[in-house]
Structures are given as structure tokens and as C-alpha cells.
Write a protein that binds this ligand. Structure first.
Ligand code: PNS
Length: 170
């Protein structure tokens, strides 16, 4: 039986924590859509296209289950549940690091279930990644700190080059 799930987020940029959740989710489903969602409340560091490329480059370095098809996609406006309907997904996947994440995620999970009966599967973050967030990674990188413990090599390179470009244009 084909089981399709959607893993949505801003992924600005994708971290090792996100990749660990995707790897674990991939072992549960036959198809996993990693979806970069445009969030109008946030001004992203990377474009949706760059974020997709960074996810693809990061996934290429992982040992993913062979039986799972992984799709990397974008959603620039529109409801997530409509995307789920379009691809035939009955489940959303979310990583949870702390009760703060759960407080933020629970109402969204309930709304998505109300809107379209799409269930949300919460995967607890590995404690090794529990403190990693995209915003902290950006902050550390902006202050010239090392981020290689938190992100893949392609993402570390993209952060460094984005910072260098920004410095040059100041
Ligand atoms: O990584 P983020 O920014 O915390 O992810 C939040 C995201 C993108 C998952 C959330 O904003 C979202 O689901 N946006 C899609 C719009 C939508 O369907 N909203 C209504 C139900 S929550």
C-alpha cells in the first residue's frame, strides 16, 4: 500500500535536526514530500529555490531508505491541506523538540484535521539535535561562528557565501 506524507516547514535553511526527522519519517512512509512553505510572516534568508537546492544537496549526503520516494517541493501560497490533497497525502510530519514546539504545532495540527482530515504525526527530536534551530544557526553564522555541527556541508557553504555577499554590499 502506498503511504504518502508531507514534511512542511520554512527550512531557512534546513538543519541536521530537520534531516534527521526526514530520515526517520522516510522509514515510515512509501513517499515523503519535503515541502518548503512560503511563510508571509517571515523574511527568509534564502529564496524558496535556494532552500530546495540546499535540501536536495543535503539529502544526497544521507543514507536514506531505498524503498521511499523523496520529493522536494515548494508551496508559495495556499493551504497545506490542499497540497496534501493534490499529492494524495493523508499525513503531515512535524518534528518536536520541546513543549514550546508542541504548543505551536498542536493548533495547526487540529486545524489541518478540521479542514481536511489530514493527521499530523509528531516525531520527537533526537536530543542530539534538540537545541538546533534555523534561526540560531543563522545567528551563529552571522557572527562568524562554526555551524558545521548543526548543518550539512552545502548549507554551511551557502551560509558563508551569503554572509560574504552581504558584507560586500554593505
Ligand atoms: O518552519 P515553520 O515556519 O515553523 O513552518 C510553519 C508552516 C509552514 C508549517 C505553517 O506556517 C504552515 O502550515 N503554513 C501553510 C499555510 C496553512 O495551511 N495554514 C493553515 C493551517 S496551519
Amino acid at each position: 500500500m502506498s503511504t504518502i506524507a508531507v514534511y512542511p516547514g520554512s527550512f531557512d535553511p534546513v538543519t541536521l535536526g530537520h534531516l534527521d526527522i526526514a530520515r526517520r519519517a522516510a522509514s515510515l512512509f512509501s513517499e515523503l514530500h519535503f515541502v518548503v512553505v512560503h511563510n508571509p510572516a517571515k523574511s527568509p534568508r534564502f529564496s524558496s529555490e535556494q532552500r530546495v537546492e540546499l535540501i536536495r544537496a543535503s539529502l544526497a549526503e544521507l543514507d536514506l531508505p531505498k524503498h521511499t520516494k523523496i520529493v522536494v517541493d515548494t508551496l508559495d501560497g495556499g493551504l497545506l491541506v490542499d497540497y496534501c490533497r493534490m499529492v494524495g497525502a493523508k499525513a503531515l510530519v512535524k518534528g518536536v523538540r520541546t513543549n514550546v514546539d508542541l504548543d505551536y504545532e498542536l493548533p495547526m495540527a487540529q486545524v489541518n484535521r478540521d479542514l481536511a482530515g489530514v493527521e499530523t504525526i509528531f516525531i520527537p527530536a533526537d536530543p542530539v539535535h534538540g537545541h538546533i534551530s534555523s534561526s540560531l544557526v543563522k545567528q551563529v553564522s552571522d557572527l562568524s561562528g562554526k555551524v558545521d555541527k548543526y548543518v550539512s556541508e552545502p548549507v554551511a557553504r551557502a551560509l558563508a557565501s551569503e554572509r560574504a555577499n552581504r558584507k560586500m554590499s554593505e
